[in-house]
Design a protein around this ligand. Structure first.
Ligand SMILES: [Cu+2]
Length: 458
């Protein structure tokens, strides 16, 4: 891979350096000038002090002046053009989670681009083939960068009206902060070797115990995103049983009743329709028995809403299961024999098929764990040999979950599969996007302590 020269804005200091140190609005816009010139968003990453604990400031890092970051929106089939400007004190990139795009836009350092250094910018430009709820985050020093708040929603709107008149985006994140709002370690070895290092203060859209006002009697599309480093939310709602699931991880499903709990692992998204109760009543958004926030019904003059039809399917290629080649990926725990982080290298606790990824070794991607032939179908057998669950994510392509030895699967397309303890699952795909694609656990400190690999499509 040959990288283009670094891009540095002349006179950067003259640009709107807002978003630094508290609250100013960053200028970004959604324009549609003709051709490919220009950009739709100018997205600045910069330090931002936020108040998570009353009376205390937390030194977060923000995209577009908020943490989680500015919500980016684009229409299915259109180009998304983001001029990303790094005002952080560290190198970074942006990865567009779930978007099927060319490798050079994928945001993986030394695989798809060089890191964007402080003061530099990078123009991300790609067409978005699929409608749904996606998100963006760095792929550099991820435990810290995502932990400090560099996560944001990317909404790809359907080309035609869906029947939803109302929607709300709920980004779920648990912050690694103490009672004074100071950051505590984002990754601790003994936790990274187990469930992952959990945050201590949950939030919706960056607000602990957020209350979100929604119109009474209306059917509202809730876009729930798990942008957390570690936590799997056992999502459920109290206060109404009028809740239906419409899409998972950016891909529509046949709408169904929400049921008891939906386990939303790191990186995963759920599109839920909720009919709001009468004005003055509340719906609790919960993680198991724990309330994360509140949906509050407010009076409206609108007539009661109806349940929209299923969302339109995305144009994802259907794998040919009869001809697919099967590949086995074992998720292994090597904590007992771990390399304990000597010489500045991170400890190694996890691996795929005997190979641990080393985030300090720029050459790991030169040794892909699998080589796929472009256009062929594959079945990945994911075998979790560990007693911890792992949300397994693939860049660049969408796969279809087809089987599990632990649960009944109604086949569906996704970019992240929450592989349960000791579960064996099968996912299938058409290798239709050439490149070297990251394949990793989205518990960020599992990824940073070995549980990542490259898959090559050529
Ligand atoms: Cu994991």
């Amino acid at each position: 891979m040959v990288f283009t020269r670094r891009q540095m804005l002349a006179g950067l200091a003259g640009l709107a350096v807002v978003g630094v140190g508290g609250g100013g609005a960053v200028r970004y816009w959604l324009g549609r000038p003709g051709g490919r010139a220009g950009h739709d968003y100018e997205l600045i990453a910069a330090p931002l002090d936020v108040q998570l604990v009353p009376g205390h400031l937390t030194p977060a890092w923000a995209f577009g002046g908020s943490a989680p970051g500015a919500e980016l929106r684009v229409r299915q089939g259109d180009w998304l053009r983001v001029r990303f400007i790094n005002h952080l004190p560290v190198p970074t990139t942006i990865h567009w989670h779930g978007i099927r795009l060319p490798l050079e836009m994928d945001g993986v350092p030394y695989v798809s681009q060089l890191p964007v250094l402080p003061g530099e910018y990078f123009d991300y430009r790609f067409r978005v083939p699929d409608a749904g709820t996606f998100w963006y985050h760095p792929h550099v020093a991820s435990t810290e960068q995502l932990g400090r708040g560099l996560v944001g929603p990317l909404i790809v709107e359907e080309r035609a009206p869906t029947g939803f008149a109302h929607e709300a985006t709920l980004s779920l994140k648990s912050w690694h902060v103490d009672e004074q709002g100071a950051f505590v370690p984002f990754s601790v070895a003994r936790e990274a070797a187990r469930v992952g290092t959990l945050g201590r203060l949950s939030s919706i859209n960056g607000v602990p115990q957020a209350t979100i006002d929604l119109p009474a009697g209306q059917v509202v599309r809730l876009r729930l995103l798990n942008v957390d480093n570690t936590a799997t939310y056992r999502l459920n709602f109290r206060g109404t049983d009028q809740v239906r699931l419409y899409a998972l991880d950016g891909n529509p499903i046949e709408p169904r009743a929400f049921g008891e709990d939906y386990w939303l692992g790191p990186g995963m998204r759920a599109c839920v329709a909720v009919r709001m109760p009468p004005a003055g009543e509340e719906v609790a958004v919960r993680d198991g028995p724990v309330r994360l926030g509140t949906l509050r019904s407010v009076a409206t003059a609108m007539p009661p809403g109806v349940w929209p039809p299923p969302l339109p399917a995305n144009p994802v290629a259907e794998p040919d299961l009869a001809r697919a080649e099967k590949l086995v990926f074992n998720v292994e725990w090597v904590g007992s024999a771990a390399v304990q982080g000597d010489n500045g290298r991170p400890p190694s606790f996890w691996q795929f098929n005997g190979q641990a990824w080393d985030i300090t070794d720029k050459t790991c991607a030169d040794r892909p764990i699998a080589r796929l032939t472009r256009g062929n179908s594959y079945i990945f057998e994911l075998k979790n040999m560990t007693q911890y669950q792992h949300p397994i994510h693939l860049h660049g392509m969408t796969f279809k979950v087809i089987a599990s030895n632990r649960r009944t699967i109604v086949p569906y397309f996704t970019d992240t599969y929450l592989l349960g303890k000791h579960e064996r699952a099968q996912v299938a795909l058409v290798a239709d996007n050439p490149g070297t694609w990251m394949f990793h656990c989205h518990v960020v400190d599992h990824m940073e302590t070995g549980l990542m690999a490259a898959i090559e499509v050529a």
